[in-house]
Design a protein around this ligand. Structure first.
Ligand SMILES: [Zn+2]
Length: 206
């Protein structure tokens, strides 16, 4: 392939060329083997789209390690709302049913813009500029209902960040295949909050 033909901003071409001549070369045989034999990831991770959550970097991921799905505010909607999000559900179905991942991580994070917008959505009503975001953040309703309203606004938002992870794990367990695999000890589920400033990870009780 001639890299000269790649139409991208210069900084991306530079980074790509650097990756191709270093990291790719170092792992070439493993990458080629994976392409041939297929993937067998060690975990599925559902994380936020936020650019500050560098999922692969946090867990030192190499090619083939993780099956990753990202959406605004790392939400797994209720299984009963099957008609509202095919993308997240399809990714979960493939990871669990086909790839049979042994671990599943819902990775929330601090300072989540999606959670802040969701909080304001329920407190003040939807922002009319956000047609699709409003529709997506409606999936936070169950978590929002559990937020103690006696807390300060800051603490309510922090609580919602964590409660969203707990509710997402609960929703994940509503999938019959997930329930079955957990019961048979073929799948372990974890709920985490990543602090985007300190880099610390908090494990939630679920
Ligand atoms: Zn976020």
């Amino acid at each position: 392939m001639t890299n000269k033909k790649i139409l991208l901003p210069r900084f991306l071409i530079k980074r790509y060329n650097s990756w191709k001549s270093t990291s790719y070369l170092r792992n070439k045989s493993k990458i080629e083997k994976l392409a041939k034999s297929g993937q067998k990831p060690k975990a599925m991770i559902v994380s936020c789209c936020d650019s500050r959550v560098n999922v692969a970097s946090i867990f030192g991921a190499k090619e083939g390690d993780f099956f990753i799905h990202r959406n605004i505010a790392n939400i797994i909607p209720s299984y009963k709302s099957l008609k509202t999000d095919h993308s997240t559900f399809a990714a979960i179905e493939y990871a669990v049913k086909v790839l049979k991942v042994p671990n599943f991580i819902v990775l929330g994070h601090t300072n989540c813009g999606g959670i802040k917008t969701g909080y304001s959505h329920y407190l003040k009503g939807p922002n009319k500029n956000y047609k699709f975001i409003n529709s997506w953040l409606a999936n936070l309703s169950a978590a929002y209902k559990n937020v103690p309203k006696t807390l300060s606004v800051k603490n309510q938002i922090n609580f919602l960040e964590e409660e969203n992870v707990r509710v997402s794990v609960y929703n994940l367990l509503e999938f019959p295949i997930v329930k079955k695999m957990v019961k048979n000890k073929k799948l372990s589920i974890y709920g985490l909050i990543y602090n985007i400033s300190s880099g610390d990870i908090k494990s939630l009780k679920i």
